[in-house]
Design a protein around this ligand. Structure first.
Ligand SMILES: Nc1ncnc2c1ncn2[C@@H]1O[C@H](COP(=O)(O)OP(=O)(O)OP(=O)(O)O)[C@@H](O)[C@H]1O
Ligand SMILES: [Mg+2]
Length: 239
């Protein structure tokens, strides 16, 4: 098998003296959508922050696109091609939609089509008529789309999305799922931390289940959806 785009091996990380992740390993291939699932506090956001270099790894190794990125600064990891959309979907409120995209823009990567403004507006049609509006005036759902679009404007090879569906109106979930599938079809690797199982199932090929900072399952998303006792024991949901 080809080397994965992102390979996390035996990662340990935490805040101050408190460990949160205990030897987490996972891989992500180009064009793959992997759902990172787990209860509140399981360590999903911590894993994403550690992969982005926002938390120093205490042990373990991070490889991305053939490079060792363990212990690298976040800006170097972003430069290497990992995009990050945090839980609080920060956009620049005083800049317009188009200006937010311009701030995120980086040159395209070899082998991947460029995310031009017009492709981004095709991916998120509700943003197109708002391009000159200040981002602070957008709805929460529109800001979430803009946060993802701005990250894609950096032409990343992989994106780490931290609970993008959280707090979104149900009517926005299907377009968001469609956009994630489009990103993957364009060759971008997507790691999606999610609490919304149905949303994760609509987009993910594979699932990694975290329980108390360790991997409890790594396999097809369809297995998670078919196995109520796995969902009950790891995620605490039976539905
Ligand atoms: N800044 C922080 N300082 C100290 N501890 C933290 C910090 N952020 C998170 N933690 C702790 O780390 C553990 C994992 O939290 P994390 O945010 O990674 O979970 P999560 O799986 O993303 O949960 P959620 O679904 O609620 O977003 C929790 O015990 C949490 O209390
Ligand atoms: Mg979280």
């Amino acid at each position: 098998m080809a080397e994965p785009l992102l390979a996390i091996e035996g990662l340990e990380a935490g805040y101050g003296p408190a460990p949160v992740l205990f030897g987490v390993s996972l891989t992500l291939a180009p064009g793959e959508v992997v759902a990172l699932l787990g209860r509140n506090g399981a360590g999903k956001s911590t894993l994403i922050k550690a992969a982005m270099g926002l938390l120093p790894p205490r042990a373990g190794r991070l490889r991305f696109a053939g490079q060792d990125i363990s212990g690298e600064a976040p800006w170097r990891i972003a430069r290497a091609g990992i995009g990050y959309v945090p839980e609080d979907r920060r956009v620049f409120p005083d800049l317009t939609v188009a200006e937010n995209l311009a701030v995120g823009r980086r040159p395209p990567r070899e082998g991947l089509p460029e995310w031009t403004d017009s492709r981004l507006f095709a991916l998120f049609p509700p943003l197109a008529p708002l391009s000159r509006r200040r981002a602070g005036l957008l709805s929460g759902g529109e800001q979430q789309m803009l946060a993802i679009a701005r990250t894609l404007a950096g032409n990343p090879r992989a994106v780490l999305l931290d609970e993008p569906a959280e707090g979104l109106a149900p009517v926005l979930l299907e377009p968001l799922a469609g956009a994630i599938l489009e990103m993957a079809k364009a060759g971008v690797a997507v790691l999606l931390a999610e609490q919304n199982l149905d949303f994760a199932a609509a987009v993910a090929d594979r699932a990694v289940l975290l329980a108390r900072g360790a991997v409890a399952f790594d396999g097809p998303m369809a297995r998670v959806m078919a196995d109520a006792s796995l969902r009950e024991s790891v995620l605490g949901v039976s539905a």
